[in-house]
Design a protein around this ligand. Structure first.
Ligand code: NAD
Length: 386
């Protein structure tokens, strides 16, 4: 099997899907590894390191895509990238499967078997494949460092000859993967941290990191039977905003990470609430890409409104390209190994659709869209077109 690693072309992207030591492991497992020249350059992995790992450097994307039996990538492929893929080949990477239906149709027409990294279920045995969690953890860490840059105040308590300065107060909204990493990072920097989440189950994790968990009387169940966050009613969100509103003015930094998978981010901070914050405070809105948890967030931008800096910067993992590439590389390789192992479980040597990880992630296979969620979206799109 020839595995192709193209250079990412999305603007500002510095990560690469496979780092040299993972390329060496895949090579040892019997695969040929083709790496587009300079694919790892922005993450400081040179072509010569890939060559030492046993990979072959290929001059450009036009020579790489048609040669590869399997493409491993980070960003969903663009139309011209899919056009270059070998018909009948395999793709693994993020796919934005609910929004890039055009790309999914194109892949299907070319009989490409595709797997979306976003759809790896958050279950114990797939933890080491969960790239969304790896990247969210990086974003949580980076969010705190960004806040330190914009806040005109120390994070830790400082006892100086010029007096004692109290620690910064940080409020984290949403204590999932990104939120917990943000709590841990802000605590390491000495801030006083308070966190809030609709799932009471996270209280213990929040407290074990040395932060205070803000209690809210739950008028409705916030969790699905599987323990995932549920989309909350308008009535609930109104009550929640009142509670956050009563806390927000006491904090110097607010980091928002609240989301329910596949839904628009809930608005937890209104423009009026921003006005009540102390001048010079900072909001880092990690949900900017899903519409933002703050009403005044502008996706991809840092803006100052009512003397509050609001950061809606996206793709924070690309700002830590070395470790982000290492983590993604391990996630995608572990996932690939899982697929490879299960290939032999079925009678025809095909994919094992009894397996939850394979079933969830496979989008197109043998000229068919096999994923339930994507199938439904395609049907809906066709109906509205008719
Ligand atoms: P997650 O699902 O692990 O955590 C989200 C948390 O929000 C959950 O604990 C959930 O219970 C909580 N939540 C949901 N609705 C809420 C509400 N109304 N009030 C309070 N809490 C609520 O998600 P994650 O992987 O930690 O990602 C968090 C956010 O960070 C997402 O929006 C994700 O897209 C974003 N993200 C941004 C970047 C970036 O570069 N900007 C990178 C990775 C992730």
């Amino acid at each position: 099997m020839k595995i192709g690693i193209p250079k990412e072309i999305s603007e500002g992207e510095r990560r690469v899907a496979i780092v040299p030591n993972m390329a060496a492991k895949l090579k040892k497992a019997g695969h040929d590894i083709l790496v587009e020249s300079d694919a790892g350059e922005a993450a400081f992995f040179s072509d010569s390191e890939y060559e030492q790992a046993g990979a072959t450097i290929v001059a450009d994307a036009q020579s790489l895509y048609p040669e590869a039996d399997l493409i491993m990538k980070i960003w969903p492929p663009e139309k011209h990238e899919v056009e270059m893929m070998k018909p009948g080949s395999t793709y693994i990477g993020f796919m934005a499967p609910t929004s890039r239906l055009d790309i999914i149709r194109q892949m299907n027409r070319m009989n490409i078997t595709s797997f979306a990294m976003e759809f790896i279920p958050r279950i114990a045995r797939s933890q080491s494949m969960d790239a969304l969690s790896s990247m969210a953890s990086i974003a949580g860490y980076r969010a705190v460092l960004m806040a330190t840059q914009h806040l005109g105040k120390f994070f830790p308590l400082m006892m100086t000859a010029a007096g004692t300065i109290p620690p910064a107060k940080v409020l984290i909204l949403g204590a999932g993967v990104a939120g917990l990493q943000a709590i841990a990072t802000a605590r390491r920097l000495g801030a006083s941290v308070e966190a809030f989440d609709t799932r009471p189950a996270v209280r213990e994790q929040v407290e074990s990191l040395g932060a205070q968990f803000t209690e809210m009387e739950l008028v409705e169940n916030a969790e699905t039977s599987g323990g995932y966050a549920k989309e909350m009613s308008d009535k609930f969100l109104k009550k929640e905003r009142e509670i956050i509103g009563s806390r927000i003015a006491q904090n110097n930094v607010v980091i928002t990470t609240a989301q329910v998978f596949g839904e628009k981010a809930p608005i937890l901070i209104t423009g009026e609430m921003v006005k009540q914050m102390k001048k010079g405070s900072v909001i880092i809105d990690l949900a900017a890409e899903q519409g933002g948890n703050c009403e005044l967030t502008e996706a991809g931008k840092n803006v100052v409104k009512h003397d509050i800096t609001i950061c809606g910067k996206m793709n924070l993992p690309a700002t830590l390209p070395i470790d982000a590439s290492r983590m993604y590389s391990r996630n995608i390789t572990t996932f690939y190994r899982h697929l490879y192992k299960t290939l032999y479980k079925t009678r025809d040597g095909g994919l094992d659709f009894e397996d939850e990880i394979t079933k969830n992630t496979c989008i197109t296979h043998k000229g068919e869209v096999v994923n339930k969620i994507v199938k439904k979206l395609l049907r809906k799109e066709e109906q509205t077109r008719d």
